[in-house]
Design a protein around this ligand. Structure first.
Ligand SMILES: [Fe+2]
Ligand SMILES: [Fe+2]
Ligand SMILES: [Fe+2]
Length: 476
């Protein structure tokens, strides 16, 4: 039918249809609810699988930048997954069918990505094949959905595409940097394209479907490796020679050098995503909300680590040369106790950060030291930890008989984790060198601080901490 414009509105120039589109645009019919739900479910299956792939790599990916990138993008994908789940739930379902596996050919593409043998292949697959295709599918659904009838889906997709654009910019940069050192297999990337095509495209809208290619890497699924790995900047990962808490909580020390310890404590939080990834991977049977919240916390902890990196940069500290950031906590927890016990330890430690000897105190140190940057970081570190205590309550404490028992279980599990100071020394893994005096001397010299002999002589390690594990706040 030809479009007949209505008589003009009394006030000319006011936007029609709440600004969604023109009246003319709205006269074209859009997709049905069923067709939209079917496409959203494809996007959901892909985003959810790729979220899982990224989480599973956080622990054993040695490159610090990639650990951080995966933590970020896992969170963006978790938010996208949550948004789709919410929207599908509004569209005349249930049954929602969100847990149903995708078609076999699409599943093969996802399995192949999960089995990528290294970061080079993973980044090439994610950032040059899967996520660009996901973004195209979002764009296509946005174009096909009715702008008025299905404004909520279009809104969701528009916002998701902002995140995908950000992820793709950084991700492509990562893929390129890695490919410069060693090229990923082009024929394997082609397998990924072919597998998606064999599923009638990622969103199932292609009319033609070539035969599904054979599995390549996924013939041997890649098991999750709970042992954390670090790159060369973390040159002494068993070093427990400098007890940051002992220094920070000693009120007789001045605040300025405590900035160095705060930066160290923040950067050391890199071990929390390494540990939380293991909980998320190894815990099954939880609702999606659990994965979403745990992923948010994992990403927060990664941000805290990067705040430490930035604080060191602001102070001009060459941390790879002067600071020994260990991985003993994530290593111990990931390899010695169960996923539930790890969650218990995390909750126990984070509860310990709430009272006065916790996050508020660190923020006050930043204030006393007069560092606007440290004040900002500690402010948000503190706020995030309050959120984490809530997440712990919702997902860990609720699975325990009581709050008291939840805390006791965390205390017990934490005490069972063996931090074998002497064995690491005996086996030549570390000398537990006290790196503090050199770091402090360097800062005094560059920042013009007057060296304080008491501060320079600080020599408290974690060696004697065994008997008093309860009071150790760890990294927070
Ligand atoms: Fe936390
Ligand atoms: Fe933190
Ligand atoms: Fe933390």
């Amino acid at each position: 039918m030809p479009f007949t414009p209505l008589p003009p509105a009394p006030v000319p120039g006011l936007p029609a249809l709440a600004g969604l589109c023109t009246l003319h645009q709205a006269t074209a019919p859009g997709l049905s609810v069923d067709a939209t739900v079917a496409r959203l479910k494809r996007l959901h299956a892909v985003a959810r699988a790729l979220h899982g792939v990224l989480i599973a790599r956080v622990t054993d990916e040695p490159q610090y930048e990639l650990k951080m990138l995966y933590s970020h993008h896992a969170w963006l994908l978790a938010e996208f997954v949550s948004a789709i789940r919410g929207r599908v739930g509004e569209m005349r379902e249930p049954p929602l069918g969100l847990e149903d596996p995708p078609p076999a050919a699409l599943q093969l593409a996802l399995d192949e990505v999960a089995a990528a043998p290294d970061g080079t292949h993973l980044c090439a697959a994610l950032y040059t094949v899967l996520l660009p295709t996901l973004d195209e599918a979002c764009a296509a659904l946005h174009a096909d959905a009715h702008p008025l009838a299905d404004a909520p889906t279009r809104h969701l997709l528009r916002h998701a595409r902002l995140d995908l654009a950000e992820a793709l910019t950084a991700g492509r940069q990562a893929a390129q940097a890695l490919a410069a050192a060693s090229e990923p297999s082009a024929s394997w990337l082609e397998v990924l394209h072919l597998a998606m095509a064999a599923a009638h495209g990622l969103d199932g809208t292609a009319s033609e479907a070539p035969p599904c290619p054979a599995a390549r890497f996924s013939t041997t699924p890649r098991p999750y490796d709970p042992v954390p790995r670090r790159d060369a900047r973390f040159s002494d990962p068993y070093n427990m020679g400098v007890n940051a808490e002992a220094f920070i909580y000693d009120t007789s020390f001045p605040p300025e050098p405590k900035l160095l310890m705060l930066a160290y404590k923040r950067l050391r939080e890199i071990d929390v995503p390494e540990m939380m990834a293991s909980i998320i991977v190894e815990t099954t049977g939880k609702p999606w909300g659990y994965t979403r919240d745990m992923t948010r916390q994992l990403w927060d902890e990664a941000r805290h680590a990067m705040m430490g990196e930035v604080l060191f940069a602001d102070l001009g500290v060459d941390w790879p040369a002067l600071v020994r950031v260990n991985f003993t906590w994530s290593l111990g927890l990931n390899t010695q106790i169960t996923a539930l016990e790890r969650h218990a330890v995390l909750y126990f430690i984070e509860q310990g950060l709430m009272p006065r000897h916790g996050k508020r105190y660190e923020w006050e140190i930043a204030q006393a030291a007069g560092s606007p940057l440290a004040i900002t970081f500690q402010d948000y570190d503190w706020a995030d930890e309050v959120l984490h205590a809530r997440i712990g309550k919702q997902w860990y404490v609720s699975a325990m008989p009581s709050q008291t028992e939840a805390l006791r279980a965390g205390d017990r599990a934490w005490s069972r984790v063996l931090m074998d100071w002497t064995a690491w020394q005996r086996d030549g893994l570390t000398t537990h060198e006290n790196w503090w005096p050199a770091l402090y001397a360097d800062a005094c010299q560059r920042l013009g601080w007057t060296p304080d002999p008491r501060v320079a002589a600080f020599d408290t390690s974690y060696a004697d901490q065994r008997a008093d594990l309860k009071s150790v706040s760890h990294s927070g």
